[in-house]
Write a protein that binds this ligand. Sequence first.
Ligand code: CA
Length: 602
Amino acid sequence: MTSIVVNASGQTHTGKIRPGNEDALLVDTELGLYAVLDGMGGAKAGEIASGTARDVIHQYIRTHREHTSPKDLIQAAIQAANTRVHRDAKQHEDYKGMGTTVVACLVVDEKNVVIAHVGDSRAYLWREGRMELLTRDHTVVAELLLRNMITLQDAALHPHRNVLSRNLGSKPKVKADVMELPVRAGDRILLCSDGLTGFASSDAIEQILGSNDTAEDTAADLIDLALRGGGRDNITAVVIDTGRAEVPRHTQIIQTTGSVAWWRRREMFLEAAQKRGLSSSPVCAVLSPDEALEIVAGNLSEAIFHDLEQNSGINVWTYAENLAKGWFDQDGEYEILRDLMDILRGAADEILADIEKNGEPYALGLDIAVTRALIVVEMAIGGLLADRLRTVEADLVQLRTRQTFGAAEGTASGFADQPTQPYMKPVRVDPPPPEVASCLHLALGLAHNLLARQGARQGAGDCLVRAHEAALEPVGPSDAELAARELVAGSGDETRVPLLIDALDQARIVHLDAIKRQDVTDEVRAAALRRAATAHRRLMCAVASIVIESTVPVSEALQAASAKTTELRDRIAKGEARLAELERQQASRTTMKKINPSRSRS
Ligand code: CA
């Protein structure tokens, strides 16, 4: 059998107050048969009725499938179930008066299903955003309403509003209402018992069916909905999905119509960019105004056009990279490039407004696509900026390595060839042995003298003391950083950092010199030198980190670019939400006309 059902799922729940569950359900995707049944009768009779009817219908259709028309087949299956339940009710005193509702969906072929029902279990069709009731309840009140014998208000309060006018099992014969329903990919059918419809509004049910979740999740959500609505009855829902709808994606529309609409306005784009002062941007300084327009604005317009057409971002990316590379290679500032991009974005906005003004249906989608292209521009430029930042950082690391190890222990070149870690690893050292500590103390006094003799640079004495403390104590990098921050703060403002580095340098040289002059064993001297050198390196690294943090405008530029991108992304998200809403509204209007042209929606 060919079926377009791609996914179906059912769930049933006893509800919050009923002692047992008299509902039954059937999901047989292979056979293409789905059903919900709601049993009634004393004790366990309701459960027996619905369960028996389900099994008979299932078995009947399985064995008679090939011999009869689908409508006759399901009618006959329901009659067979009726006969069986009616007989059982007569034969067992406990089952007297039992019966059940049934609503069933039988897949006929790729384009049709048959819906049959007896009682007040219902079938709904959800199509393109709108839900439609397919069945008419077989209740006394519904029959009275149909004959105009009562009003809707009366019906809501009628004492017999739950009394069925038709059910499966209470009489020897039953007639089901059977309809053939053409379906298409993307439709969703819901079969449910009155435990759902009695405790959940049709609006809420419609919303859940339209959630785009799987059939399984949707069925679970519907049960949950009825439980939250009170759940005073057994609740059953079967959701049947008939394939994915193959509507043209709006990217396809943008590709064909949207890109042409954009391209037609190329001259308008150039003009708008000119009016906004494109040719006076420093980025265009070496170009004549006409060249600036053609190369900067014209090429962007063309890149956007090609990306719309091919649904890619590569052309815009290449454009932005080339432009930014040229600018950065001249040491141009990011700020100026960003101003230029703002001019181009403003011009693009004018074009989009013009397209929207003309009421072209893809205007919103095009807006999103172009905004996305401009984000690609931001990202391409941001990527270049990040590369530049990495270069600056590498330079600093190299510089720091040289500063730190330059003259230490007389093996400058050997150390400088080994790049240090850009960030310090946490290192903890034990307190020095007494003889090493003593050596360090003696060296400190000598170092102070050496400093005084040389003419100490500003802050050098401080640096010496900090390094000495670090050499004695088991300090970690965070302590060194703290000391460095204090030193930086003590040096005045950050513009005086180079002076601080000079002071650190001087302190290190005299410190190590003073240690070398100590009259101790080679072993003790080496240990003291190692500790002091380590302490100075930590201090210098920490100061260099602060320099990187405080004097790298590139990282600020990156932050600004990222903020701008976030803003643009927000705009895209809002646009896409609005587009989805418009599409939903459009789909609903179309569906209502198609499904039920005569009926007005309340
Ligand atoms: Ca019920």
